[in-house]
Design a protein around this ligand. Structure first.
Ligand code: HEC
Length: 141
């Protein structure tokens, strides 16, 4: 049976492989949503209750989220099925994202049912145009 250390090492290797696979898909220059998700286009952000700006390299969506199942352990995968489906999130009533709820989650850190997100999800100063592009990218619309 694999030791805890071995399991942790295998997990880390898998996460690294997934990151490399993601990094191997560069964005089309005109794809603003993709550029934001992968960090080529930085959006200013800070943590809840802390106004200090986070360094840009820490705020790329792709650092914490994938766009495919299965989810990384740290943060939900941002798939169309997860965002658009009626799902109970963090113990709240079933809710779905739309473009408005998605932008609210990014700016104010609350999900469509109004449940506050964990502090590790940054708050972004994102424009309506940037947010709409990101929404189209994560929902494939
Ligand atoms: C430092 C890590 C981190 C970064 C960077 C990050 N997130 Fe998150 N995000 C999280 C975590 C952790 C959660 C889950 C919070 C919870 O369940 O309370 C989350 C939750 C979310 C949710 C809510 C999903 C749900 O379950 O309702 C959305 C939408 C989201 N993130 C989008 C983004 C986008 C888009 C970006 C980039 C602009 C981004 N996140 C960047 C960590 C991060």
């Amino acid at each position: 049976m694999a030791s805890r250390f071995q399991r942790a090492a295998i997990g880390l290797a898998l996460v690294t492989a997934a990151r490399l696979a993601n990094a191997a898909q560069p964005c089309e220059p005109a794809d603003l949503g993709c550029s934001i998700f992968s960090g080529q286009h930085a959006i200013p952000a800070h943590l809840r209750d802390d106004d200090r700006p986070l360094p840009a390299w820490t705020t790329r969506c792709i650092n914490c989220h994938t766009r495919t199942e299965p989810a990384a352990a740290f943060a939900p995968s941002l798939t169309p099925a997860y965002l658009l489906g009626a799902t109970s999130r963090r113990g709240g009533p079933p809710s779905r994202y739309n473009a408005v709820a998605f932008c609210r989650a990014l700016k104010d850190g609350a999900d469509p049912a109004g449940v506050v997100l964990r502090k590790s999800m940054p708050h972004y100063q994102i424009s309506d145009i940037e947010c709409a592009a990101l929404w189209r990218f994560v929902t494939n619309h």
